[in-house]
Design a protein around this ligand. Structure first.
Ligand SMILES: O=C(O)c1cc(C(=O)O)c2c(n1)C(=O)C(=O)c1cc(C(=O)O)[nH]c1-2
Length: 250
């Protein structure tokens, strides 16, 4: 194995995004092109809350492994972005996500309880926390690099959903507006970190594998959603259309 230059490493990471990121998943293509019905959009938003929920938990796990104050100072912003601040403007990403599930008429307590979420989605999310806890810090940081690709899918999602669904508006999609500035900032930092610290064939291979793992955990969530809510597979205990809707939206 030979060592890649930092530029070659970046190209290898980008190649993983081009071939494995969840913008290629058929469910996202349905969602963005207006082929989902409202219940399928609800199923996606309700399940994706599980991912939103674990992001600050996984970032707290990463933070706890960082021995360097400067690094922690940068990384802790990710937790603030999702949890919000104390004071006048407490709305972080988690609250903004609930604006979407509220807008879709889903009961908030039901969404946050995750009772109706698919087991495969919950297991995938738990696997992400375990991954950043158990692997090297380099792998933990590298696993966040899907954020290099998220602005591209978020732009397609926001414009597609606004265009195709009369039950969606800018306000309920406000979660994504913030991500368009937060994600590039986070991804730039993580990419520089990985390029600086993955300097041997072994560490470079591990960082690439970390990104593959992350793409797989994102993909798995959509596989589960598609299996149940598009293909109609039975899912004992999972949310069913008509359930957990607040009265006026039912
Ligand atoms: O909408 C998306 O497709 C998408 C993807 C990803 C991603 O690629 O992991 C993230 C987000 N959104 C996101 O909103 C977010 O806060 C986020 C944090 C992370 C991470 O791994 O730390 N990924 C993502």
């Amino acid at each position: 194995m030979t060592v890649m230059t930092p530029d070659q490493m970046e190209a290898a990471l980008r190649h993983i995004g081009e071939t494995r990121y969840h913008h290629l998943h058929p469910f996202h293509q349905m969602l963005h092109s207006g082929e989902c019905d409202k219940d399928q959009v609800r199923a996606w938003a309700l399940n994706r809350f599980c991912y939103q929920r674990i992001i600050p938990l996984k970032d707290a796990t990463v933070l706890a492994r960082m021995d360097d104050t400067v690094l922690r100072r940068v990384w802790r912003q990710r937790i603030v972005d999702h949890d919000g601040e104390i004071g006048d403007a407490p709305e972080g990403g988690l609250r903004r996500w609930l604006a979407l599930t509220d807008g879709l008429g889903l009961d908030r307590d039901y969404v946050t309880s995750m009772e109706g979420a698919l087991p495969a989605v919950r297991f995938a999310c738990d696997a992400y926390i375990a991954y950043v806890r158990d692997r090297t810090l380099l792998e933990a940081v590298a696993s966040s690099l899907t954020e290099m690709f998220s602005p591209m899918i978020i732009k397609a999602r926001v414009s597609g959903m606004l265009k195709h669904y009369d039950f969606i508006n800018e306000d309920v999609l406000r979660y994504f507006r913030n991500r368009l500035t937060e994600a590039p900032r986070d991804a730039d930092f993580a990419l520089e970190y990985v390029k600086k610290h993955a300097t041997t064939p072994e560490t470079q291979a591990a960082a690439l594998k970390a990104l593959e793992f992350k793409c797989a955990m994102l993909w798995t969530q959509l596989d589960a959603i598609q299996h149940v809510y598009v293909n109609g597979a039975p899912a004992p205990g999972a949310w069913r259309p008509g359930e957990a809707l607040v009265a006026e939206a039912a």
